[in-house]
Design a protein around this ligand. Sequence first.
Ligand SMILES: [Zn+2]
Ligand SMILES: [Zn+2]
Length: 292
Amino acid sequence: MATNESVGIFSSASLAVEYVDSLLPENPLQEPFKNAWNYMLNNYTKFQIATWGSLIVHEALYFLFCLPGFLFQFIPYMRKYKIQKDKPETLENQWKCFKVLLFNHFCIQLPLICGTYYFTEYFNIPYDWERMPRWCMLLARCFGCAVIEDTWHYFLHRLLHHKRIYKYIHKIHHEFQAPFGMEAEYAHPLETLILGTGFFIGIVLLCDHVILLWAWVTIRLIETIDVHSGYDIPLNPLNLIPFYAGSRHHDFHHMNFVGNYASTFTWWDRIFGTDSQFHAYYEKKKMGKKTE
Ligand SMILES: [Zn+2]
Ligand SMILES: [Zn+2]
């Protein structure tokens, strides 16, 4: 009965999405994207696509998404949106971060990316255009990956803050008290492996096409670079996502060192009360503004 009910809910939801999709205008980028995808399939092997394609997607998107936050430090108008105004970014810190990032990306992440091809072969994950899922199904699976990653991140990140192990691994990620976008993947190699596992669990459970890998990488990078940006920009569309933690949430974690352990959503910190200091801090700030 319960299974029938959930199947009913899912098929109604998918019918609703189909209906909304039918009302939307034709995507003008569909045809060029299809041509580019088929060109890639015709000219490169699956190994090249899974390995070098994934590496290029990760590197290009990482630095592209870091670019706005990087440029904000040179624009005086943006200073009012900086969360920890008393700790401006320094070029010295950013250069140091950049060097560690290159090491992490090429010496830790690249060997892991090399496993992508074998993963897709083992699970028979398709690459072809014909079996590529619709945008709404892709988005739903990315949301599933985000929920799984956020849960993994909350508990393992909280464990990494345990006073007996904090100084050995996670301390590196907390080197800069006021975060900046590039710091998102600035971490000890073991942390890259431990917290990075949360990224792959969703892929193993939900991957039905190689495009999900790249879509999920894109969403995860947008999220982690946004929460590390150090800026709370008004009208940031990400803040419209229900339960989205956002930059103030994670910025407070870097400023305070305890609390706000989740990566994407607010529910785990709310359930375990690990966001109480965060809320008390902003409540006090609000009260201070009122009495001024
Ligand atoms: Zn931490
Ligand atoms: Zn962080």
